[in-house]
Design a protein around this ligand. Structure first.
Ligand SMILES: [Zn+2]
Length: 360
């Protein structure tokens, strides 16, 4: 395992491994890695993609379960005359990229001797945390909006988790879950620093599979994946495994686009009441919003919103290509189509990767 410390993203205060926010100012934390403690060996330079290969870049001693996450395919398709590549995160065990983060987060909980975890969820997070807790032999409590999808709620229950239905949206569920974690000494899972570390492997795999892309399109809810992909790419640049940083394109629904509004206007991040069909990215105030905006700035990135009709069209177009995706999972592709329809030259001769994040 690498050497690291947990620090507040705002005031740099050091925290212990079981903290999930800064005890001084309440901001989120980051895993500050001592990169000199990491030796990238020859085996790492192979093109093979398997989550265990990346263990040396995760802040855990070992995986505490055989979860089967990661190693998803990167498949090429033509959109008209344009070739694009889809990163198939729907191939993860619970159908979304969340499993990569859950594997790291729950391994950390076990490493710290905890026997229970909790999280807030719009659905996908809850399914993933519930499954990984079960595999690790510990209990899970999931806080979810009472308006969440019935199918997702049924699947969370099927993994044996305790469910707490909340009258409100994701941010209400989050407040309740954090209060529970503090009171109950339960390990808090969700969009925090350890999950972000686990999700870096989406970036590692894209680079190992296709070399150096020009664009990476990502759906954005809490912006954990966005900031994780940026951190993963930066690490590959640091270790000489990637020559130039791709431009990241962050996509949100018009009906819930706080990050797009803040990035495009240069103003502060402000809460937006989510009204989108894309429940997986219906987050009114993204936890990693500030980190996500910084990631876009550093990659000359773009933020774009898409209409609910554009989301539906994207799902249908993917379906014709044999790719199943929920609205949130298809948002990256909807964002690509919005640009492509306006300016086909933008992508000519460029390597474009679109992450399909979930299908539930
Ligand atoms: Zn702080």
């Amino acid at each position: 395992m690498m050497d690291y410390s947990l620090r507040c993203t705002k005031c740099s205060h050091a925290e212990a491994d079981d903290a999930f926010r800064c005890s001084r100012c309440g901001s989120i934390l980051e895993v500050r890695i001592d990169y000199s403690s990491i030796m990238i060996g020859k085996a790492f330079r192979s093109r093979r993609v398997k989550n265990s290969k990346y263990l040396l870049l995760f802040p855990i001693k070992r995986f505490e379960m055989e979860g089967g996450e990661g190693g998803t395919r990167l498949v090429s398709h033509n959109i008209g005359a344009q070739k694009v590549m889809f990163k198939m995160e729907t191939e993860n065990p619970t159908g979304s990229f969340k499993d990569r983060g859950s594997a790291v987060e729950i391994s950390k909980a076990v490493e710290l001797g905890r026997n229970s975890v909790c999280c807030a969820s719009t659905g996908n997070m809850g399914m993933s945390v519930a499954r990984y807790a079960k595999l690790a032999g510990i209990s899970a409590t999931i806080f979810i909006s009472k308006d969440a999808s019935k199918e997702k709620i049924a699947r969370i229950k099927s993994y044996g988790a305790r469910l707490v239905k909340v009258d409100g949206d994701f941010n209400t569920a989050l407040r309740n879950a954090e209060a529970f974690a503090r009171k109950d000494r339960t390990f808090m899972c969700g969009d925090y620093h350890f999950r972000k570390e686990g999700q870096k492997s989406v970036a590692y795999e894209i680079i190992d599979q296709c070399g150096s892309p020009d664009f990476i399109f990502l759906p954005v809810g809490n912006a954990t994946l966005l900031s994780a992909v940026y951190k993963g790419l930066s690490e590959y640049v640091r270790f000489g495994l990637l020559d130039s940083m791709p431009r990241i394109v962050a996509v949100q629904s018009e009906k819930c686009d706080p990050l797009v509004r803040a990035y495009m206007s240069g103003r502060h991040l402000e809460y937006v009441k989510p009204k989108t069909v894309a429940d997986a990215i219906a987050v009114g105030y993204p936890t990693f919003g500030l980190e996500g905006i910084a990631a876009l700035k550093k990659t000359h990135g773009i933020a774009v919103n898409v209409s609910e009709d554009q989301l539906r069209d994207a799902i249908l177009m993917l379906e014709e290509k044999g790719i199943g995706a929920e609205a949130g999972g298809a948002a990256g592709f909807a964002g690509f189509m919005k640009f492509y329809e306006n300016d086909r030259e933008m992508f000519r001769g460029k390597k474009t990767v679109i992450v399909i994040t979930g299908n539930n």
